[in-house]
Each structure stands twice: as C-alpha cells, then as structure tokens.
Design a protein around this ligand. Structure first.
Ligand code: PRT
Ligand code: ZN
Length: 211
C-alpha cells in the first residue's frame, strides 16, 4: 500500500472514452505530461505526480487498495463495484444513462412486466438493487459485452445497458423501458487520503513549476 506524502498517483483509463476527458481535466491544473510510449506509469513533467494508465474496471480496486491516491472513473463502473464509494467531484464528461430496454415489439410495457423475465447486463449489482427497490424479481443474466444482441439470440427478454445517443439501441431494434441511473466521470479518492482533500486543493497547496 502506498503511504501518504509520496508522489501523488492518479489512476486513469489507459484508452477509451474516459481517456481524453481525464487528461484534459488534469491538464486544466497546469499539469504537463509527455507520453513517449504505452507505459503504465507516466510522470508529470512539472509536478511530483504520476499517472497510472489502466482499464477503467480496475480503477475502483486500485483506489480501495491505496495503490493510487485519486482515480477517474464512470459512476456506472464505480457503483457496480463499490456502492458506498467516496466521490470527491463530478467531472461533467462521459455522460450516459444505464437503461432497461426491450425489443420494440415486446409486450413488456412497464417495469412491473419484467417480473420473472430474463434481463442481460454487464451491471448485475446495480440492476439487482434497482429491481429490489421496485419489488421485482427477474433472472439477471450477467454478460460482459454485446449485451444489445442478447434478445435477438433469445438469451434475454430485456437488457440493462449504457446508452448515450440511443443509436445502438435503435440499430438493435430496442426501445427504452426505464432509466436505472445516470452516469458521468467522477474523481474518487483513496481511503488513505484521510483528509479527503480535493485534487485541486492538493495541487494548489504547492506551486506548480513549469519547465
Ligand atoms: O478497456 P476499458 O475496460 O478501460 O474500457 P471499456 O471498453 O470498458 O470502456 P469504454 O471506453 O467503452 O467506456 C468507458 C466509460 O465511458 C463507461 O464506463 C461509461 O462511464 C462512459 N460512457 C459514456 C459510455 C458511453 N457513453 C457509451 N455510449 N460507455 C459505453 N457506451 C456504449 C453503449 O453501451 C453502447 O453500446 O457505447 C455504445 C454506443 O452508445 P450510443 O447510445 O451512443 O449508440
Ligand atoms: Zn472497462
């Protein structure tokens, strides 16, 4: 486990939808990085800070274990793995919705109609809580990717997946039945960062030196 007062370490996604927004957020503080290769760890040029570039799914774990001081991850991934996680700040990018959708021609018209039906999802924990809160018992089919295809394969009667523009749902002949939650990128911190100081405060506490 990393001890306090060492180099600040921030876990961000190595590539994907969160990557650019995460870097822009960090660069807005004046931090400068030089990416020379695909290395896992990149040191800031002008601050005692380093980036850990990893898969987004692993970021909550890195934070819980204190391997990194801060992390940037989507709320969907965070709440799937750690419902009681400590979010420091919402970052206003990578917005999307986690929705339940059914085939356009399905007889399922309301969430009550999901009783005893099969729902495929990559977010079984968030979905289970939603169904429980609404008093509905369905069979949750955990699936890692291409969830939208499962009704066509008769693997599921409904899906619970992320959507942004709605294009993918439409292309797969699906319509939205209910929104489970909204999601955006958030800054989270390690439990060993006991003061729960925002990254901004921590960076501003020391003067950035430009090269
Ligand atoms: O490799 P790694 O595990 O790090 O990345 P990943 O492939 O798991 O994640 P990535 O890069 O695809 O997404 C990272 C995060 O971006 C997600 O966890 C969400 O917080 C956020 N995000 C925002 C989205 C979307 N928008 C989104 N549209 N994640 C996924 N999608 C999918 C959606 O499920 C659909 O299949 O994109 C497809 C297109 O969506 P439409 O509605 O615009 O057609
Ligand atoms: Zn992922």
């Amino acid at each position: 486990m990393k001890s306090p007062n060492q180099t600040i370490r921030i876990a961000i996604q190595s590539s994907g939808r969160l990557r650019d927004g995460s870097l822009q957020y960090l660069e807005s503080f004046g931090l400068q990085f030089e990416f020379t290769d695909r290395s896992l760890i990149t040191k800031a040029k002008n601050f005692d800070l380093e980036l850990l570039s990893v898969r987004d799914d692993d970021i909550p774990q890195y934070i819980t274990q204190g391997v990194a001081d801060y992390g940037i991850v989507g709320e969907n991934v965070l709440y799937e793995e750690q419902p009681n996680a400590n979010v420091i700040e919402k970052l206003n990018f990578c917005q999307c919705s986690l929705v339940i959708a059914v085939p356009t021609e399905s007889s399922i018209q309301s969430i009550e109609d999901l009783q005893n039906e099969r729902i495929a999802t990559s977010y079984p924990n968030i979905l289970a809580k939603f169904l429980k809160d609404n008093g509905i018992k369905s069979a949750i089919i955990p699936i890692k990717g291409s969830v939208e295809i499962t009704p066509q394969l008769n693997l599921a009667d409904a899906i619970c997946d992320l959507t942004q523009t709605g294009t993918t749902l439409k292309q797969n002949g699906l319509r939205i039945l209910a929104t489970v939650c909204e999601s955006e990128a958030v800054l989270i911190t390690s439990p060993i960062n006991r003061s729960q100081t925002s990254l901004k405060q921590r960076l501003q506490a020391e003067t950035l030196t430009t090269n």
